[in-house]
Design a protein around this ligand. Structure first.
Ligand code: ADP
Ligand code: MG
Length: 369
């Protein structure tokens, strides 16, 4: 895999970089988005080295071309303001025209409308990828969070252009690669969030070399249900029960002993469980965390997640990786002043991180090799 080094930047001075960015960030989350910060840093790096940039990416799952809810229109304004750089926004997917425009316009920065407006993106259509690629002189992937998808802008384009991993994508691979190889114990994996099926791959991959799995959220509910505990109207992934039974009874899997409820729904881990989890996290030397402990967005059900954050941030001896869109969003629960310790890596990849930590190869990364 080739990475975007100073030498490469020099080589492409005055040329056009097709930059696949992770712009999949809803309006209200833009301000503090790690994903957008990473992208903007790379844009600045390219521009300051005399490279012109054509930004490409996707937002959500638009139903048809022009689906307003998913337009990059306001993203364009936001990025332009933050970067203090005019952006030429192209609302069409006529890549031949865009190519001409890029070659003739004096602008340094361009943004093309949501690629998922065209079916060629998700279908990894060869012609679509080829025309898209024709816009740039080289390609950089700075979208770790989508690199588990074999889409045109992630894998297809790399067949037509010299391709490089952006600095942030590279950092993700280095950091997640390190934790995959790490054997320092006590090794603690914390799994929460919504669906256990999303996270079972990580449990399987770390099974046997993790000392403790701490479960919260939907995954804990599902494990408890697999043990035969009645879960009322709680979020339980009943389709996963059989598979989950293999793990639920293991002494390595720690489940809540008390919970916070609304009606018949379990919505957070209880105080006794929180205390136990915090104790285990304090003693850990390696920590992986994905998924909030409860429905933290709802007042009264945020305490488990908040306590886990505090314990994770306080443990300066551990090598720690935290990821997942909602997990990172829950960091805002710590309203008091906090500093991110250097032993902690926040991954911008939700699904991509989980697939990587499950031991799977990411098509967007493989395409760079
Ligand atoms: P991430 O984005 O960090 O991977 P997920 O998307 O898997 O996390 O799950 C986050 C969502 O799970 C949050 O919106 C949270 O409200 C919800 N959640 C957590 N615990 C529960 C629970 N016990 N019952 C219902 N929803 C829950
Ligand atoms: Mg999520």
């Amino acid at each position: 895999m080739r990475i975007l080094t100073p030498k490469v930047l020099k080589q492409y001075k005055g040329k056009v970089c097709l930059l696949r960015a992770d712009l999949d960030v809803p309006d209200r989350e833009r301000k503090n988005s790690l994903r957008l910060q990473a992208v903007m840093e790379t844009v600045r790096l390219l521009l300051s080295n005399g490279v012109r940039v054509v930004l490409i990416g996707h937002l959500g799952r638009p139903a048809f071309f022009g689906d307003k809810k998913y337009s990059f229109h306001s993203m364009s304004k936001f990025l332009s303001q933050e970067l203090m750089e005019p952006i030429r926004f192209s609302s069409e997917h006529n890549f031949k025209n865009i190519k001409k425009e890029v070659r003739s316009a004096p602008a340094r920065l361009f943004l093309i409308e949501n690629l998922r407006y065209s079916s060629g993106e998700e279908n990894n259509d060869k012609e679509f990828a080829k025309e898209l690629a024709s816009i740039g002189d080289f390609y950089v992937n700075e979208a770790f969070g989508v690199s588990h998808r074999a889409h045109a802008s992630l894998s297809g384009v790399t067949r037509f252009l010299p391709s490089f991993a952006g600095p942030h994508l590279n950092k993700e691979l280095v950091e997640l690669g390190k934790i995959m190889k790490r054997r320092v114990k006590p090794f603690v994996v914390i799994i929460g969030g919504a669906k256990i099926s999303d996270k079972l791959g990580v449990i399987k991959n770390f099974w046997g070399r993790t000392d403790k799995f701490l479960l919260g959220g939907g995954p804990a509910n599902t494990m408890l249900a697999a043990e035969g505990v009645p879960m009322g109207d709680s979020l339980v992934d009943y389709n996963s029960l059989d598979e989950v039974k293999k793990y639920a009874f293991s002494p390595d899997v720690i489940l809540p002993t008390d919970v916070e409820m609304k009606g018949t729904k379990v919505l957070d881990i209880g105080p006794e469980t929180t205390k136990e989890y915090v104790k285990i996290i304090r003693g850990a030397k390696t920590i992986i965390w994905s998924g909030p402990m409860g429905m933290f967005e709802k007042k009264g059900f945020e305490e488990g997640t908040q306590a886990v954050w505090k314990a994770v941030l306080a443990n300066k001896k551990a090598h720690t990786v935290v990821g997942g869109g909602d997990t990172l969003a829950s960091l805002k629960l710590l309203t008091t002043h906090y500093e991110l310790p250097t032993n902690l890596f926040l991954s911008t990849g939700g699904g991509a991180m989980l697939e990587f930590l499950s031991g799977k190869k990411l098509p967007g990364v493989e395409a760079l090799k």
